[in-house]
Structure formats: structure tokens, C-alpha cells
Ligand binder design. Sequence first.
Ligand SMILES: Cc1ncc(CO)c(N)n1
Length: 224
Amino acid sequence: MKFSERLYQELQPIWRKNHAHPFVQGIGDGTLEKEKFRFFMVQDYLYLIDYAKLFALGAVKATDVETMGRFASLLNSTLNEEMSLHREYAKKFDVTEEEFAKATPSPTTLAYTHYMLHVGQNGTLADLVAAILPCMWSYWEIGKELNEIPGANENEFYGEWIQMYSSKEFGQLAIWCIDLLDQLTTELPEKDLKRLEEIFLNTTRFEYMFWDMSYNLAMWPTDE
Ligand SMILES: Cc1ncc(CO)c(N)n1
């Protein structure tokens, strides 16, 4: 069995929780409160700034030019395609440039991005890929599932989000990342696979927490 298949099977219970989360369900049926999506968009923008840095680190850790090139294009598409969706959404939801510039990460955003950056900086290329894969893979799965709901991808507010993450282009990026992890793990002993599994599990858990934080508009409890 490919390593990615093993991860997929093992983590299904958490992935099902992601899909069932009221935030995700609310994007699908269009009932999600705008305030929650707005909060999510701002935090996700901050998240993507650090996430993009992981692709740059991937290029540094890659050992062949083809892989370097792939990471470079992932970096480019995150900064110039995925984040332009956020910038468009910002207009739609009246988030000013100043608000974006002044935004600070919530505890969950900070913990999630810093965990990934820590793994990316200190680990192997396989560690880095294990850390970044749940983000891409789970959004693609969610996008595809929500895209099946009649009318969901035409919703005035959430339709474009669904279109972006269910798109063939986004799917291809996820597939490339899945294949890379499989390639990097074919020869690895179980001890290393266990470590990678733990990393993948942690960022999968953070994905759930990110939905939950957005749903609850959760900033620092000490600021309240
Ligand atoms: C939190 C989070 N996970 C995954 C993605 C997909 O890139 C995203 N934009 N944000």
C-alpha cells in the first residue's frame, strides 16, 4: 500500500469531522454567517503567507531541479492565485487593506503555521511534505464534496471558494504533493514513517481546529 493510502485510511475519522463541521456545512448550503467567513478569510490570508514560505523551503530542500521548479510554481500559485481569491473576497466583504495589514494571527493560526514552519525548517523534505499535504488535500476533498451540492458553486458568497478548491488545477497540485510524499517514502523504515504519520496527523488536527476557530471567531481569550 502506498504511504498516502495508509494516511488517508487512518485519518478518515478526522477528515469526516472536518466535512461535518458546521463551518464547512455552512459554506456548502450557503447558511454560514458572513461574519464567520470574513474572520476566516483574514486568518487564512495570514496563514497563506507562512504556508507560501513552506514552498520556498521545499525548493531549498529539494535535490533535483524538477522538484525545485514544482515548489517554485506552488509558491507562485499560492501568492498570485489562491491569495488573490482572498483579496477579491476582501472587497466583497468590505475588508479594507488596512485591516489586512493590521491583522494579527489567532492562537490557532499562530500555532498551526509555526508548527509547520518548525517542521519545514528542521526536518527532512519528507517531513515538510507530510506537514503541508493535509492542507491541500483536505481542501480539495472538501471542495469536491461541496461542489456536488446542487447550486453550491453558484452561491453569491461561497460559490467562488468552492470553485477554486474543487478545481482541476488545485487538484493537480494536491496530487503532485501526494505523489512526492509516496516517492520520498518508498525506501523509508517504519520508524521514519511513524514520525511522518505523526506530523500528518498533527496538521490534520490543526485543519479541524482552523474551522472551529473560524466558526467561534476565536482570538486570544485574554483579550476579551
Ligand atoms: C487553513 C488552510 N488550510 C488549507 C488551505 C488550502 O491551501 C488553506 N487555504 N487554509
